[in-house]
Ligand binder design. Structure first.
Ligand code: RP5
Length: 172
């Protein structure tokens, strides 16, 4: 599924293949917006050298943004951020003894100097990580900005439809 060519802009990483069902939500967003990405499993703990090397080489390879999903003692996003100046977005993975609260705190509580833009725990987080990346890329791409604007209008339409449905039901 990963699209590998020289125009890949997003590195979409996860700490374990057990995170893949969640990360697929981000892939769907990138496919919708026509953004090229690569997907890789690597771990801050189990493959620390691989993770550091990936982050160090990412900008040179033309990547613009890195997204990292991890659960539990979720250090992947922070480790990557330590080794690159590219924007890093962290997705805390739900599950384990604390249902993702551990991953949320581990991802969001970075020390000053090494930011990780942390999104919501779980599937909303995967979607929003990808949307945030698209928004960053859209800063200097009018075509992408227009697509984002249409996307938001569609969201609003869905709410309007939902409201109409509820109002209809209340009349019964
Ligand atoms: C984290 O530990 C991974 O990101 C995953 O969310 C969690 C559990 O990994 P597995 O034991 O399922 O490989 O590093």
């Amino acid at each position: 599924m990963a699209k590998k060519d020289s125009k890949v802009e997003i590195g979409l990483l996860m700490g374990s293949d057990s995170d893949w069902p969640l990360v697929k939500g981000a892939v769907e967003v990138f496919d919708k917006f026509g953004i090229k990405y690569e997907v890789k499993v690597m771990s801050a703990h189990r493959t620390p050298d691989l993770a550091a090397g990936y982050a160090r080489g990412a900008a040179r390879r033309g990547l613009k943004i890195i997204i990292a999903a991890a659960g539990g003692a979720a250090h992947l996003a922070g480790t990557l951020a330590a080794h690159t100046s590219l924007p890093v977005i962290g997705i805390p993975v739900k599950g384990g003894a604390f249902n993702g609260l551990d991953a949320l705190l581990a991802t969001v509580q970075m020390p000053a100097g090494i930011p990780v833009a942390t999104v919501a725990v779980g599937s909303s987080g995967a979607t929003n990580a990808a949307l945030l990346a698209v928004q960053i890329l859209a800063l200097n791409r009018s075509g992408l900005a227009s697509k984002l604007s249409r996307f938001k209008k569609d969201l609003a339409k869905k709410v309007e439809k939902g409201n109409a449905r509820v109002q209809q039901e209340l009349k019964k």
